[in-house]
Design a protein around this ligand. Structure first.
Ligand SMILES: [Fe+2]
Length: 418
């Protein structure tokens, strides 16, 4: 093979390697170093450096070989010098050529010559000087040939594009980070607003202080136990906070009537799920189906609920969860006209109404979550805290829950087998 052909193959090989290096997703500074070594190796050069132009301030050394650590440190490249580089794209950029060299070389010639730099090439990408590549002479002492210049130009362009791409990616990553922070802030604002609303709803109903907040928490616990994703869990917690938002438009006296409201007032009160839907539907919530969960939290599996009398499969799972959380809180909190029910009584109610009012899968999930706290399987004590001291104490509590879960599971199995 002729030496010139061999050299050509070698050069192509180096370019291919360089392309691979630049396209790689690895460490950026490692990429620049390897690229420079490929360039030096291809032409057997003694020394070289890749200097990056930064927005403002001195050149930044990205890779250096065979030169002092402080080579060109603090040297800046100004706008006039950049323009000269851009204009002279076809020049050979030989340091010794005083007639064709740019302002930058004229200014730093003494130092460049002292350090053994013979070529200073700009990396130009999209009409901008990304940086400079400075190269020493050939180890053989030969002059650079035309072919050498072509090879160098191709490789310099490659490295320039690599650096440029890296910067773009960095900018994108930074923007993404900023966006993420903004998004987090928005979500926090949304959550705070929702909580404020929940508090407003609860204040209107003097008997149910903290009800919405507790329904939000119970709903979240049930959904998590059912294996919902974190995003969905967060969504149902919001739905729990807002489920009674429709009560804001119902007359305060009707909401606060101790008991036995007449049919007219009862139908007025029963408007609240639909009213809630009307309030929530136009809002762009960060979670899916929140308005529907509010609308259907008084539906029953047997179709005897309201507002639409939906049956089992027609009721969104989220609404079933909020419905159970809502009823559970109503049963386990005191009202002025009655004390809260004992846990035994509540479990009996859940058992009786599973499959009629409540979805058995939802009841079983809630029972499992409570059982985990009772047996200490989880360190979490959220339900225990919400229910107050003493409510879940006693050995019979775990047995009650375990029996309920077993019964619900076997009913579930029987149903799916039939
Ligand atoms: Fe309600």
């Amino acid at each position: 093979m002729e030496p010139s052909t061999q050299k050509l193959i070698h050069t192509f090989g180096a370019l291919a390697d360089l392309g691979q290096e630049i396209a790689g997703t690895g460490d950026f500074s490692e990429m620049v170093r390897t690229s420079m070594h490929l360039l030096l190796g291809t032409l057997a050069l003694r020394r070289g450096a890749v200097m990056e132009c930064v927005e403002a301030g001195p050149l930044r050394c990205a890779a250096i070989w065979g030169l002092g650590d402080h080579f060109l440190s603090g040297v800046e490249i100004d706008a006039t010098q950049k323009t000269a580089f851009l204009k002279g794209e076809t020049a050979d950029f030989l340091v010794k050529n005083t007639d064709t060299s740019t302002g930058f070389m004229n200014q730093h010639r003494d130092q460049l010559v002292r350090e053994g730099i013979e070529l200073v090439l700009p990396m130009i990408v999209r009409g901008e000087v990304t940086g400079l590549i400075l190269l020493g002479g050939k180890a053989s002492g030969e002059e650079f040939s035309r072919d050498d210049f072509d090879t160098i130009r191709a490789m310099v362009r490659h490295i320039g594009v690599g650096i440029h791409t890296h910067r773009l990616l960095e900018q994108i990553a930074q923007r993404a980070e900023e966006n993420r922070r903004l998004y987090d802030d928005l979500r926090a604002i949304y959550r705070d607003t929702v909580r404020a609303f929940a508090a407003a709803i609860d204040i209107k109903d003097k008997y149910t202080q903290g009800h919405s907040e507790r329904v939000g928490k119970y709903s979240e616990i049930i959904a998590r136990e059912m294996g919902w994703s974190e995003e969905e869990v967060e969504g149902i917690q919001i739905a729990g906070y807002l489920h009674d938002i429709g009560k804001l438009i119902v007359d305060r006296d009707i909401i606060n009537a101790p008991y036995n409201i007449d049919a007219k007032n009862s139908s007025e009160l029963n408007r609240h799920p639909s009213a809630g839907y009307e309030i929530l539907a136009p809002i762009r919530h960060p979670y899916a189906d929140i308005p529907l969960m509010a609308k259907h939290h008084h539906e029953r599996l047997d179709g005897r609920g309201y507002p639409d009398g939906l049956t089992d499969e027609q009721i969104p799972m989220g609404a079933k969860i909020v419905s159970l959380a809502d009823s559970f809180d109503a049963m386990t909190t005191d009202r002025p006209y009655r004390r809260r029910r004992s846990f035994e009584d509540v479990v009996r109610d859940l058992r009786e109404n599973s499959g009629k009012q409540f979805d058995s899968k939802v009841v079983a999930a809630f029972a499992r979550a409570i059982l985990k706290e009772v047996t200490g399987e989880t360190k979490d004590r959220r339900i225990t805290k919400l229910l107050g001291k003493g409510y879940l104490e006693g050995e019979h509590v775990a047995t009650l829950l375990q029996d309920l879960i077993t019964d619900l599971d076997s009913t579930q199995k029987a149903r799916s087998a039939s």
